[in-house]
Design a protein around this ligand. Structure first.
Ligand code: ZN
Length: 310
């Protein structure tokens, strides 16, 4: 499981940062990738990576501002040309369906794969997915309806400790299955083994929270509770609180406070204004770190692994 940032800029494309988009890579877990927002030229950013558009099976849109959706029609269309024939489900606020259908219809675009567009409940809810994966979403505070998404992986059962079993010379077969289920088995020589002694600990499923643009509000912290990875916008520096407020955005310090209160493990700061270059961008990270040490200011094409909690 990895987070791959395609665009980390706010508002308009800049030389150093493209507009919002990121991929949650679930290749080992589900053989899928999920795209969150799709600003203009997201497909150009994908060309600079080894990401395969046909592996993107779900697209989550946080809100309908142009810097988060202007890349969608182009991406969907190119996915057809690149051999994508598997279905795509899109989730987002009301208006997403009309927007996509209008773009595809007026440009006479025919996709080679089916799409389903799910307009989400403005008050929040839960998206049920196969294999016990769960996505919860809640509205934030951004002037227009903006969602935050909380992705929860199911817990992972402990692995059979093969090395520990090696000394017993157990033949391949049903005994392994029984031990893995924690059952008690008797070997041919009369040795009794308890499966529970040979199975590693269960791993708690990982939690990834990806928040849309927002002013500070309670739902940010609710969605981010105990998250292993928290993606939060950081449009302004710490001392620009009133500017952030009037534009319905957050500062570095406000983002870090959400991570701290939610007891998140790592905070990734994105949606960075092009005004902050070099040392100024570093200053944003330092401001966040002074409140929440595990803060990372991200750049386009950065990738981060999300590990299980020990
Ligand atoms: Zn916005």
């Amino acid at each position: 499981m990895q987070l791959f940032f395609l665009g980390t800029g706010a508002g308009v494309p800049a030389k150093t940062r493209n507009v919002s988009s990121l991929v949650l890579k679930l290749l080992d877990e589900l053989n899928e990738m999920w795209l969150f927002d799709c600003g203009e030229a997201t497909q150009h950013q994908i060309l600079r990576t080894s990401l395969k558009p046909r592996k993107i099976t779900r697209i989550f849109i946080t809100h309908m501002h142009g810097d988060h959706i202007f890349g969608l029609p182009g991406f969907l269309s190119s996915r057809s040309f690149q051999g994508g024939d598997t279905p795509v489900t899109l989730y987002g606020p009301k208006g997403l369906k009309f927007y996509i259908e209008a773009c595809l219809n007026y440009s006479r675009t025919r996709l080679t794969y089916p799409i389903e567009i799910v307009e989400l409940d403005p008050y929040g809810g839960e998206i049920q997915l196969p294999n016990k994966w769960k996505v919860t979403y809640l509205p934030l505070n951004h002037g227009v309806l903006s969602f935050g998404y909380r992705i929860e992986e199911p817990d992972k059962k402990g692995e059979l400790l093969v090395d520990k079993l090696a000394e017993y010379n157990i033949p391949n077969g049903p005994l392994f299955g029984k031990l893995k289920r924690g059952e008690i088995v008797e070997l041919e020589d009369g040795t009794i083994l308890n499966g529970k002694d040979f199975v590693g600990e269960d791993s708690k499923g990982r939690i990834v929270t990806i928040l849309g643009d927002s002013r500070p509000c309670d739902n940010l912290t609710i969605l981010a509770k105990d998250a292993d990875a928290l993606v939060h916008e950081c449009t302004y520096q710490a001392d620009e609180t009133s500017m952030a407020h009037s534009h319905f955005h957050s500062t570095s310090a406000q983002a870090a406070t959400v991570a701290k209160n939610a007891k998140a493990k790592n905070l990734y700061l994105t949606h960075i204004s092009a005004r902050y270059l070099g040392p100024d961008a570093k200053a944003l990270e330092d401001e966040a770190k002074s409140i929440f040490p595990h803060s990372h200011l991200v750049y386009d094409l950065n990738e981060f692994s999300i590990d299980y909690r020990k």
